[in-house]
Design a protein around this ligand. Sequence first.
Ligand code: MG
Length: 282
Amino acid sequence: MKLATFSCDGAIGVGVVDDARQTIQRVHGAASMLELAQLPVSEILERLEEPRRRLDEVRLLAPFLQPRRNIFCIGWNYLAHFEEGKDTRPPVELPERPSIFTKATTTVCGPYDDVPLHAGTTERLDWEAELAVVIGRGGADIAEQDALEHVFAYAVANDISARDVQRAHGGQWFKGKSLDGTCPLGPWLTTSDEVDPAALNVTCRLNGQTMQHAHTRQMIFPVARIVAELSRGMTLLSGDVILTGTPEGIGGSRVPPVFLQAGDVLETEVSGLGKLRNRIVP
Ligand code: MG
């Protein structure tokens, strides 16, 4: 099932997307995605409202307009991406456990929203196409073999990053990863029963040119391991969003480097989960 947050006729609702028919139906009485995530599928289906709207009649928004807390992110989860950055940073070994950082909640924006260039703050805004994981049933100390049962859904995200700001604050990535509007998310959530997270293609295109293309089986730490590691001694909550790392092909590691410019169109796609399309604006 595909679930989206959307606005239509001046109201915000959550609904079920029919990707093949390009339509959406509001779920009666559900005010947010977090609420929807608690409902059994049978009840969601019983509460579908008429009329069915065409997707082009509504505006799709980020699935979570205000996430409960920061977006969790995994760094260096594809070997080729770890290798491509070697010349641009001090020497570091490939970590034995996932590298973890977060993006502020105010980074989250919709699947087709404009992304600000932040020209006064950064000269090196860069893309990172990623598979996003949404936690359903929370918990701490989740065993790896049980971890996928805690995943509610998957989505597409771009961990847009200000490379110069990442480096400018004592090696802490938080600020460089947290500029406003730098986490396009969506276009909807696809529930976990329909997704094998190790069988997905992740693609990023800039102005129509493919910049990143990889398969999630190449992840160093698969989704179950990420959920298990994150939850060690730290309770994961329903609605938590985890970005699982980006493949090779970021702009900062290209020769010469390529950074986002006003007017660029960034497309981020995960096979079967949909596509984000964001224009970079001054
Ligand atoms: Mg990333």
